[in-house]
Design a protein around this ligand. Structure first.
Ligand SMILES: *[C@@H]1O[C@H](CO)[C@@H](O)[C@H](O)[C@H]1NC(C)=O
Ligand SMILES: *[C@@H]1O[C@H](CO)[C@@H](O)[C@H](O)[C@H]1NC(C)=O
Length: 366
């Protein structure tokens, strides 16, 4: 079978194969070289995706290409993948953690108005409203005043430890708050240490402790009195002191949790400084504080991009993309369900303009 004749036959065929292989190599090399001067095929395909993928906004359906050019790029982001309902973006020039905290300290120490502004200051309008791609309605609060929303019930922490998830949820937003409990149940938190941002009542902290968390640090503007029996597990720090000492905490937390807090950052409602990107700054700060692979349990209002000034922001496809920068979006929990839900485009916009639902998303630091 393997006689000399067959080898000779094979080798005469080899002579024909050689020029074929050589020309393929030459063509391939030319193709690679041409890639350096003309746009890559993948870039062209990505651009087609951006022109053919739409997101729902208060102005109707808009192509991702338009959002990329008129919102993301001016805000310092760019789409890298046309995912829905939240496009995947990266930052054009990612700031260092040192810069993020020093900028936050600089902005937060500007003089603050004694009464929260009733309207978005004209000079900040485009920045607040995503260059016109976010809707605006009015819903005004002055929680800077002594009668406004302020921390309470920290002296009931012990009693709360015996509460069910429904009773804990009822301290805040009922069913919607239960999504935080469901999200925490989905991930191993035993013996972990975490950060809670913005707590009027210690319900998020108690949910964490009930999941076996070892230590929680709460970042809150107001002074909190933590009961003695919880002082080995719960502690609190004010945002300015925290930011000034960020290096002590950077990369140390296994998880962070925040429900109904970050959407208020920079709207002035709580007497905080007016800052159109206050929420995005918070996300960048949290990312600096988490360990790599650390989790963020984030509860915010979901809907079509809008601001109900100065009550809160509503997060749709556009702002969520910027919020989620640097994280993998692992899951979404709704108060209705112990298991994660599929947050589709339809569900995201199901409530209509200026309506929202609060879910807890689980994000993982990349
Ligand atoms: C995408 O749309 C923009 C604006 O309409 C256009 O300039 C560009 O050529 C389009 N790109 C592709 C690949 O279709
Ligand atoms: C907690 O503090 C509030 C306000 O100071 C007080 O009215 C309440 O009785 C306290 N509750 C407990 C359980 O100590």
């Amino acid at each position: 079978m393997c006689g000399r004749a067959s080898i000779e036959k094979l080798c005469s065929r080899c002579l024909f194969i050689f020029p074929v292989v050589a020309s393929i190599t030459v063509i391939w090399t030319m193709f690679i070289a041409s890639n350096n001067i003309t746009p890559k095929l993948t870039d062209i395909l990505a651009e087609v995706d951006l022109n053919e993928t739409n997101v729902n906004t208060h102005k109707g359906y808009i192509t991702l290409n338009e959002i990329n050019e008129f919102v993301f790029k001016p805000f310092g982001y760019e789409i890298i993948e046309a995912t829905l309902p939240v496009p995947t973006v990266h930052m054009l020039n990612e700031p260092s953690c040192g810069f993020i905290f020093s900028e936050w300290l600089r902005v937060s120490q500007k003089p603050q108005p004694s009464i929260p502004p009733k309207e978005i200051p004209e000079s900040f309008s485009d920045e607040f409203l995503l260059n016109g791609y976010a809707g605006l309605t009015k819903w005004y609060f002055n929680d800077h005043s002594s009668t406004g929303d302020s921390p309470r019930n920290w002296n009931r922490t012990s009693e709360f430890m015996s509460f069910s998830k429904a009773e804990l949820g009822a301290l805040a937003y009922n069913k919607e708050s239960e999504s935080m409990y469901h999200a925490m149940s989905g991930y191993p938190l035993r013996s972990k240490s975490g950060l809670v941002i913005g707590s009027m009542q210690p319900w998020v902290e108690v949910m964490a402790l009930k999941h076996g968390v070892r230590k929680v640090l709460t970042v809150e503007y107001n002074s909190l009195t933590i009961p003695n029996e919880f002082r080995s597990r719960l502690s609190a720090i004010k945002p300015v002191e925290f930011a000034e000492n960020w290096q002590t905490y950077a990369g140390t937390f296994d998880f962070a949790a925040s429900f109904s807090s970050i959407e208020h950052s920079g709207l002035g409602r709580y007497g905080d400084i007016i800052d159109p990107i206050g929420d995005l700054r918070e996300m960048l700060k949290i990312r600096c504080l988490l360990k790599k692979g650390g989790l963020l349990f984030l509860g915010i209002p979901f809907g079509t991009d809008a601001i109900q000034y100065n009550a809160h922001r509503i997060y749709g496809s556009i702002r969520l993309a910027m919020m989620f920068y640097g994280f993998d979006w692992l899951a979404t929990y709704s108060g209705e369900s112990e298991l994660p839900i599929d947050l589709t485009t339809t569900l995201l916009h199901s409530k209509g303009p200026s309506q929202y639902a609060q879910y807890t998303v689980v994000l993982k630091k990349i």
